[in-house]
Design a protein around this ligand. Sequence first.
Ligand SMILES: [Zn+2]
Length: 266
Amino acid sequence: MIENISNLPPWTFTLIGFIFGLMVGSFANVCISRLPKKESIAFPASHCPKCNTPIHATDNIPILSYLLLKGQCRSCKVKISPIYPAIELVTGLLMAAVFYRFGFTWECLIFAIVVPTLVIITMIDIEHQIIPDIITLPGIIFGLAAGSYLNGWLDSVLGLALGGGFFWILAEGYFRLRGQMGMGGGDIKYIAAAGALMGWVQVLFIIFIGALAGGIFGGIGMGVQKLNFLSRIPFGPFLALATLISIFFGNSIVDWYLSLMTPPPL
Ligand SMILES: [Zn+2]
């Protein structure tokens, strides 16, 4: 079986990733709506948010069912948000990218778990301005285990301490200066997990890119909208985006940057 999979042409493996990702995306939707409410993600089975009719397996095919049912519940015809199929599609595409980039390796398995989690974190933080402990705390354990495999345990522990420590100091400093929380505890636990997974160089990269993306978005927001300095913009989506960039391009970008620092040969 393993022999067969590793001998498949690369595009087949990418396609398997896409289809698997669509199904994971469907499960991600369940997590996004239930985790913040501390509901079980296993029971009950998916049901219509309005009429509570259980959704039959044949009406629960990622994207396809949404299109066939024209975005409505089969029983009560209530409009189903297009965000659901969008999440399925985005997760499918990201998973295809993971399978394409990492091939049939342990890295692929690790990032096939991490990447959909980033989608879930992004959506929950946008909707509720939290990153739940039920994701970040197991995430720290997972980050240490997977990070030790990827970069060695020392780099993993350093990444956790540097990321978590840096955010904790920022949050504590802001709290003492302004008397209110600027950054949530969820962000601190998130960056600790990301640091454990990606190591100390990449966690700095993630913080830099996350702050840059958040700053650009905040700047545009202040320009075109009624956002001001006191508006709470969730930071999680930018950290998740930065983590995604780190997973796919982080090493190349850091190497390129370091090459700029090296003086050219005379
Ligand atoms: Zn319904």
